[in-house]
Write a protein that binds this ligand. Structure first.
Ligand code: GRG
Length: 309
């Protein structure tokens, strides 16, 4: 990528904690502004949407989107609606994943799950509404003034593909069907490339495309996204075994109780940790030709296997 691709990889004095806090505040504020108020529909669905979306969460997908735009030399705030749309899609997936028909979880983000508070019907509809609202935000040209329409279209299509039956939904289907079955490592990678990896990877691609990334930069960022997507899932599997329920906002041990195939179950905890660390190093190598604008992406990659929530 001309201009921004240089050989510098060292960034002194970069504080990831300060960066993540500042970005999370930016995203939380934007989500609150973009969300419908009670004048925009029956109050119960508006309450259910706001309950889950504003329940906390690390906001890692929107933050990756903003960081990818910056790595290209773009303005993070210019892609904020797309970043928030990604968080809406993620939140919809969590609401539906927690339903009795899926994982039947009672807690998420430290609070009772949507169906526990609003009932199953409203929880399903809150997820549906969030998915729909995400595409309204993504295609609303007033929200991203001056953005070339072809970039908006490309990003909307890529996000639809990553969230749909070839991506996250497809991965969830494979995951459900694998429960209680003998599954090998290659199948597990294939499931998580779709289920968790596709949305993380497209979060990075979306920010980069909207900021005008060229082919070479996009290839490096996509590779980075694929690697951290898998590392993120391995870390999540490890947290399900030995995380602190207070920090992760839900109980642990649920994967083993349901007979879910996970990285620790197949490889053991130590090998899972080592694999996550290897993927992080590979992800950082994918950014070798980026300058200090990619410092947040490098730091986020290092943080993924160390996260406690
Ligand atoms: C129901 C269509 C549909 C898809 C569900 C992503 C997913 C597919 C289910 C979530 C189950 C799960 C725990 C997956 C592991 C990785 C993951 C997505 C963890 C939760 O994401 P975080 O850690 O959560 O970013 P926060 O709350 O911080 O946003």
């Amino acid at each position: 990528m001309p201009g921004r691709l240089r050989e510098k990889n060292v960034t002194p004095d970069f504080s990831l904690v300060a960066y993540l806090n500042e970005r999370k505040t930016l995203v939380d504020g934007a989500l609150d502004r973009y969300l419908p108020g009670e004048q925009n529909g029956p109050s119960v669905i508006v309450q259910a949407i706001r309950y889950s979306l504003l329940a906390g969460g690390k906001r890692i997908r929107p933050i990756l989107c903003l960081a990818a735009a910056e790595a290209i030399g773009g303005d993070a705030e210019a892609v904020l609606p797309a970043a928030c749309a990604l968080e809406m899609i993620h939140t919809y997936s969590l609401i539906h994943d927690d339903l009795p028909a899926m994982d039947n979880d009672d807690y998420r983000r430290g609070k009772p799950t949507s169906h526990k508070v609003f009932g199953e019907g409203i929880a399903i509809l809150a997820g549906d509404a969030l998915l729909t609202e995400a595409f309204r935000l993504l295609t609303n040209r007033e929200g991203m003034p001056g953005m070339p329409p072809d970039r908006l279209l490309d990003v909307a299509r890529e996000i639809a593909e990553a969230a749909g039956h070839c991506g996250m939904v497809g991965g969830q289907v494979q995951d459900i069907r694998a429960e209680g079955e003998e599954v090998g490592l290659e199948t597990l990678y294939a499931i998580h490339r779709r289920k968790t990896g596709a949305l993380l990877r497209v979060s990075i691609r979306a920010g980069a495309i909207l900021a005008g990334a060229g082919e070479e930069a996009l290839a490096g960022l996509s590779d980075y996204g694929g690697k951290i997507g898998l590392a993120f899932q391995i870390a999540d599997d490890i947290l399900n075994v030995e995380g602190d329920p207070l920090l992760i906002g839900k109980g642990t041990g649920s994967d083993a109780a349901r007979g879910k195939v996970t990285f620790p179950a197949l490889m053991g905890i130590d090998a899972s940790r080592a694999r996550a660390a290897e993927l992080v190093m590979e992800a950082i190598s994918s950014l070798a030709s980026f300058d200090d604008g990619a410092a947040p992406l490098r730091a986020i990659a290092r943080y993924i296997p160390e996260r406690r929530s």
